[in-house]
Design a protein around this ligand. Structure first.
Ligand code: SF4
Ligand code: SF4
Length: 160
């Protein structure tokens, strides 16, 4: 279950990850459609990262009546980590009808209606090379945790 995680202790709130995310997925520096975000408390400056836990959560997938959120095999490559195999949850835009069932169930607020395409959008780990990690100003600020479940380990063994 590889997934991206923002460290609230190390993140400086520069929002570079959101710019990198939107640039890669949308072709524009547009944080409003980034698939992760760093929430900075205006009073305390405390940081709260919002990222998708992928198959370790899967509440959106369970809620979708159209089976539009699919489990895809993936190999993740990121700074400081050995390549890791696992699964990621990806929205199939051809199947999504924007019914909205998945939006309120996400515990981290990271699946939404796309303002232009009118379908759900969420983190897909950029096909295996998360751009948020690649473009974090300090590579030690934003951490990608790669933990493998039993099922993922079996999968990694089967394809390696
Ligand atoms: S908005 Fe799309 S992905 Fe979300 S539950 Fe509805 S059909 Fe599924
Ligand atoms: S988008 Fe939200 S509900 Fe879906 S797997 Fe990620 S964290 Fe869970």
């Amino acid at each position: 279950m590889p997934h991206v995680m923002i460290s609230s202790k190390k993140c400086t709130g520069c929002h570079m990850c959101e710019l990198a995310c939107s640039a890669w997925h949308e072709g524009a520096y547009r944080p409003s459609v980034a698939r992760l975000f760093s929430e900075v408390n205006p009073t305390t400056a405390a940081i709260k990262g919002h990222t998708c836990l992928q198959t370790a959560c899967a509440k959106c997938q369970e809620a979708c009546p159209e089976d539009a959120i699919e489990r895809h095999e993936i190999e993740v490559r990121a700074y400081g980590l050995e390549p890791a195999k696992g699964y990621v949850l990806v929205v199939n835009e051809d199947k999504c009808n924007d019914c909205g069932a998945c939006y309120p169930v996400c515990p981290y607020g990271v699946i939404h209606e796309h303002p232009d395409r009118k379908v759900a959008f969420k983190c897909d780990l950029c096909g295996g090379e998360p751009q948020c990690v690649a473009f974090c100003q300090n590579p030690h600020v934003l951490a990608v945790e790669v933990r493998l479940s039993k099922a993922d380990r079996a999968f990694a063994g089967a394809v390696s």
